[in-house]
Design a protein around this ligand. Structure first.
Ligand code: NAP
Length: 530
């Protein structure tokens, strides 16, 4: 499949445009062909006009057709074959095995959403039947379920060119709920984005979905993304990236005459707490696991553990010696693009200059600048100095971590209390530690979206019970997840019908439960007819 470099608006290639850009291979830094055309505001308007048209037809399309469409998207992505992996490798520097795995995760999550839509209970139908005899007032018949919001704008993430990008979780959950999607491609992997977008467009055609179900727009610089978020036809936004970017888009959306939800997943340092019995019995093992998690994907995961908190003890010293020794030997890796590598190096330098911070270890291997490489770093600071420098709690995106050495359990609790919102927190603990330090667990429950008992936060399972979200600034809405099937409800809203005749009700809310979905009828979960 030859790349065109053009925008894809409701199945049609856009024009030549005035402004262009290129992708670069982070390994070696060479410019990649072809030249990509930035979308104009006219093209953004056209994509959203088509998306609005599609919204109307999508609401009449059966769940079965939508499920078949999603499965066709998955098949079409797999059908691209090796060229997709090769292009993604060139644009991101990520290794083949990682990208093959990420493609598997991407199509796996698309098929999971297809099953969810086909089964149908995701609409959360609730029915309360009338009671005309109720005193002092009769009770009306009320029936509620979820309907799509309308056109959703999705920003592809740089660190997951497949699973959080053009056909990633945000796009797929929005499509699954019956919304059209306009994707703003990440400028670091426009070729990968085009390949996936064309696969989706072919699936749209094959399944006779409305053409405006999907569009892809390119852009470098903030203009087109800001325009899309402010556009009156946009009903919601999905975003994964920096805190600055997510916050800017959230603010733009709130200032619109009609504000809209922005589901932005942003920075997180995913603190790991080392409790005394665990460090004593498994310190060396924890050091190896932590190093693996910090350096996985050159630290470019939103669940990267950037903060480790422990209490001063000889066991902690042994843990630190082991972590420092492994880090010194670790190989540098290529980061996604020069901007991310430069930001990482700047932040490492900044952290190193903060009062009380000492560098425990730095990889001794030489990094190759032309290959956009960075290497692992471990810092240490006392609990007291950590509490005095709020900047130390902020994300350093890359393979670094900061050990906070507390001199008492009260200081450890104070550090936990000082934390802002994160996606995850991990307790390296024995069951006895959990009982003894139960207050820590209560503090962390208020700070994060996912708590891990032992293990490490990288590696996010895609399944119905996953919650990948957390209090601000990890996300802009701690109530929702960007991974797993629960993500579907972020792009839907409830509508309630009062005293409607049977024939005028949607099938999901009629007395006869023809879809056999789970419904809450008069307070009881059932699949029976009324
Ligand atoms: P980014 O700079 O936030 O960009 C993500 C997307 O948002 C891009 O399409 C970008 O397009 C757009 N964008 C950013 N700011 C915008 C604004 N003010 N107005 C309109 N559009 C905007 O993220 P990135 O390029 O992936 O990486 C940069 C940094 O983000 C990293 O160093 C890291 O700190 C962080 N990051 C965090 C995560 C995470 O999961 N938490 C993931 C990836 C990156 P344009 O550039 O074309 O405007």
């Amino acid at each position: 499949m030859e790349l065109t470099g053009k925008n894809l608006i409701a199945g049609t290639l856009g024009g030549d445009g005035k402004s262009t850009f290129s992708a670069f291979n982070p390994v070696g830094g060479q410019k990649l062909k072809p030249i990509f055309v930035e979308a104009t505001t006219d093209e953004a308007d056209a994509a959203l006009v088509k998306a609005v048209e599609a919204s109307e037809s999508l609401s009449r399309i059966s769940d079965q057709v939508r499920a078949d469409f999603l499965r066709e998207v998955a098949d079409r992505i797999m059908g691209i074959g090796a060229p997709l992996i090769e292009r993604a490798m060139e644009e991101t520097g990520l290794p083949e095995a990682r990208l093959v795995g990420e493609r598997g995760r991407t199509v796996g999550q698309i098929r999971l959403f297809a099953d969810l839509v086909e089964e149908g209970s995701w609409v959360e139908a609730r029915i309360d039947t009338a009671d005309p005899e109720r005193q002092p007032l009769p009770k009306p018949d009320l029936r509620r379920y979820l309907v799509p919001l309308g056109p959703v704008v999705v920003f592809g993430a740089s660190n997951f060119p497949l699973a959080f990008s053009v056909a990633g979780g945000d796009t797929v959950s929005a499509l699954a709920a019956g919304n059209p999607v306009v994707v703003k491609a990440h400028p670091a992997h426009p070729g990968t984005s085009e390949l996936v977008a064309r696969a989706i467009a072919l699936a749209v055609e094959d399944c006779s979905m409305p053409a405006g179900t999907f569009s892809l727009l390119h852009g470098i610089g903030h203009e087109i993304g800001s325009y899309l978020v402010q556009h009156p036809s946009t009903c919601a936004v999905g975003f994964t990236g920096s805190l600055a970017g997510g916050r800017a888009l959230f603010d733009l959306a709130s200032q619109r005459p009609v504000p809209i939800p922005v589901y932005a997943e942003m920075g997180s340092t995913n603190p790991v707490f080392l409790l005394p019995n665990a460090v004593k019995t498994r310190g060396v093992e924890i050091a190896a696991g932590l190093h693996g998690s910090v350096t996985l994907g050159v630290g470019q995961f939103c669940t990267n553990p950037g903060l480790v908190v422990g209490m001063d003890s000889p066991s902690l010293d042994s843990f630190v010696d082991e972590l420092a020794a492994i880090t010194a030997k670790s190989e540098p890796g290529t980061m996604l693009h020069a901007g991310i590598r430069d930001a990482y190096e700047m932040r490492v330098e900044e952290v190193g200059r903060i009062k009380g911070v000492k560098m425990l270890a730095h990889s001794k291997r030489r990094t190759r600048k032309k290959d956009t490489q960075a290497s692992a770093v471990v810092f240490e600071v006392s609990g007291e100095d950590f509490l005095a420098s709020p900047r130390l709690a902020e994300e350093v995106f890359g393979p670094s971590t900061l050990l906070v050495r507390c001199d008492s359990v009260d200081e450890l609790y104070a550090v936990a209390q000082r934390l802002e919102g994160h996606l995850t927190a991990t307790l390296q603990a024995t069951e006895a530690d959990l009982t003894e330090y139960s207050r820590l667990l209560h503090i962390l429950e208020g700070k994060v979206g996912r708590l891990l008992f032992n293990g490490f936060p990288t590696g996010v399972e895609v399944c119905p019970s996953m919650h990948h979200g957390g209090p601000y600034p990890a996300t802009t809405d701690s109530r929702s997840t960007s991974v797993g099937t629960a993500a579907i409800s972020r792009f839907a809203r409830p509508i309630c019908y009062q005293n409607f005749p049977q024939e005028a009700l949607p099938a999901e809310l009629q007395d006869q439960n023809s879809r056999r979905i789970w419904r809450l009828v008069n307070g009881r979960q059932t699949r029976e007819d009324l």
